[in-house]
Design a protein around this ligand. Structure first.
Ligand code: VG1
Ligand code: CO
Length: 540
């Protein structure tokens, strides 16, 4: 009979979860006991409820997921966990983990992903803990996990226990006379059946397959070699009748085929090119772990995530789930453009602004005040789970298109004509030197709080902006937001967010419309001086 072994260990510095879990290079996780320490600390942070509990375990299929699943099985057995629900081959998308935690009322789940960061032996890995509501652990829990990592002295594991996770089934063990169960589950089953409850699948199927009156609505769905592949196969091909030509990169790869699995115009450029050159009505892409989405229309017309949220909010009532539960409030993260605020006002709904990171939406959802929310970083979702959900967003768009019979372009243009348009762009300066970036943020904070900054004027081209508040809000409602990323694995990534509202001039090109405000942002922040970069790495 396998038995528990206590292994002595010493703390590692820097095991501090960021915006969404602990993300580091694979080689950092490969250091002796590095991964074991962090897993033990997750369990220690739950010490009052861990014995006899059930946890969900899965990840996005990247390099190291299978090895770490094996470690989690051994350490869970060593800590008195009663049962693990593990995705077959260690595969579970981030929203599917959330769905399964909620469906089976487990204590929580461990998600193995670095999301949209590249994978493979030379790239990134990540570990995130989700709580019993299905959402990412809140700050007090992640702070406690981090504090525990600074003093850890030992971990408990069962080295002789090994469980194959390549076959679906229930595997029972006895560990020092205590029962321990690993149930290897179909990664897609629970999630797919939930999507069928939320959406009107026959209606979306009729859209995709066409009817005697209407030609098929041609979609191109790109999983970017991430975890959504099997979910896209099950939903789009098996359930909704799309053909295999309507889906691409649907086999999860450990290194995402060498690509950056981030659904934006830069990293999903070949989807954009395929939709532009082909006869497609809608294109969608998802990130490595399946919580982000990008939506493009015919000729690759780009829907910004901020607009996507606003459009879905305006049309939420077409989705059966919301018809049953009612549409409560809306929310967005702070840097997300304020387009959804205008919809909330129009519909008389509550609107909330939260800090960057999905964990900040959970409380509002649990309190029954929030139905639909999003982030400018290609995150959209609802209170059906407690994570953002890429496939959900694509199905929500298809529901709107099926119900209105309109194109993506018509939906978007009619939205702007009714509400005005929040032009939005984000500049990312990735992997800069950390010290000057911290200095830039410090200098900017100091400058912004000096007397005279509010009221000061800043010009570029023919536009002059007068500062009304900090973070930096101008008199016409335009905003500049500058922050340092919390998901990078090395150096500092600076994000500059620009949001400018136009009531009537709504059909312009975003980069053209926004350049004066971008110029002002670069002047005020002196970003080029501090980072030594004359251009961003990525523009969205
Ligand atoms: C980024 C995004 C943020 C998102 C987070 C996790 O964080 O800006 O909106 O919630 O990634 O997304 P940061 O701190 O790097 O700006 V995911 O899909 O990587 O879990
Ligand atoms: Co993600």
């Amino acid at each position: 009979m396998p038995s528990v072994v206590t292994v002595n260990t010493t703390p590692y510095e820097g095991q501090k979860p960021g915006t969404s879990g602990l993300r580091k290079r694979v080689k950092v996780f490969l250091q002796e006991n590095y991964t074991e320490n962090f897993i033990q600390c997750i369990l220690n942070a739950n010490k009052d409820s861990i014995v006899g509990s059930t946890l969900v375990v899965g990840g996005d299929g990247r390099y190291l997921v299978k090895e770490v699943v094996d470690k989690i099985i051994k350490i869970s057995a060593g800590n008195g966990v009663a049962k693990l629900l593990v995705g077959q081959d260690g595969i579970l998308s981030t929203p599917a983990v959330s769905c399964i935690i909620r469906k089976y009322n487990t204590l929580g789940g461990i998600v193995l992903t670095a999301s949209h960061n590249p994978g493979g032996i030379n790239n990134d890995f990540g570990i995130k803990f989700n709580c019993s509501n299905g959402g990412p652990a809140p700050d007090n829990t992640t702070n406690e996990i981090h504090a525990l990592t600074t003093t850890i002295k030992e971990y408990r594991t069962v080295p002789d226990l090994s469980c194959p996770v390549d076959k679906i089934g229930v595997f029972n063990f006895n560990v020092d006379d205590r029962p321990f169960t690993v149930e290897v589950i179909d990664p897609v089953r629970d999630y797919v059946s939930y999507m069928k409850e939320i959406f009107d699948f026959p209606k979306i199927k009729a859209l995709i397959q066409g009817t005697p009156e209407r030609k098929p609505f041609n979609v191109l769905i790109d999983s970017m070699s991430g975890v959504t592949g099997p979910y896209v196969q099950a939903i789009f091909v098996s359930e909704l009748g799309a053909s295999s030509a309507n889906v691409r990169r649907v086999t999860p790869l450990e290194d995402f085929g060498g690509a950056h699995p981030d659904p934006n115009l830069t990293y999903a450029a070949d989807l954009v090119a395929a939709v532009k050159g082909g006869d497609y009505d809608l294109g969608a892409a998802f990130d490595g772990d399946g919580d982000r989405n990008m939506i493009i229309g015919r000729d690759a017309l780009f829907v910004t995530p901020s607009d996507s949220l606003a459009v879905l909010a305006a049309h939420a009532a077409v989705i059966p789930y919301f018809q049953r539960s009612g549409v409560k409030g809306f929310a967005r993260s702070m840097p997300t453009a304020a387009a959804v605020d205008r919809v909330a006002k129009d519909l008389g709904k509550e609107i909330f602004e939260v800090p960057t990171g999905w964990k900040y939406f959970g409380n509002l959802m649990d309190a029954g005040r929030l139905s639909l929310c999003g982030e400018e970083s290609f995150g959209t979702g609802s209170d059906h789970v407690r994570e953002k959900d890429g496939l959900w967003a694509a199905l929500a768009w298809l529901s709107v298109l099926a119900n209105t019979g309109k194109s993506v372009e018509d939906i978007l243009k009619q939205h702007w004509a009714k509400y005005g348009r929040n032009y939005f762009t984000r500049y990312d300066y990735e992997e800069c030197a950390s010290d000057p970036c911290n200095e830039m943020m410090r200098a900017l904070e100091q400058r912004m709080t000096e007397p005279g900054f509010v009221g000061s004027q800043h010009s570029a081209g023919s536009k002059t902006y007068t500062v009304k508040g900090l973070r930096i809000i101008f008199e016409d409602g335009s905003r500049i937001v500058l922050r340092l990323s919390g998901t990078g694995s090395s150096g500092a990534t600076v994000r500059l967010y620009i949001d400018s509202y136009e009531a009537t001039d709504v059909f312009g090109d975003a980069q053209v419309m926004l350049w004066p405000l971008i110029d002002v942002a670069l002047q005020i922040s002196q970003l080029q001086k501090y980072t030594g970069r004359d251009a961003p790495t990525v523009i969205t």
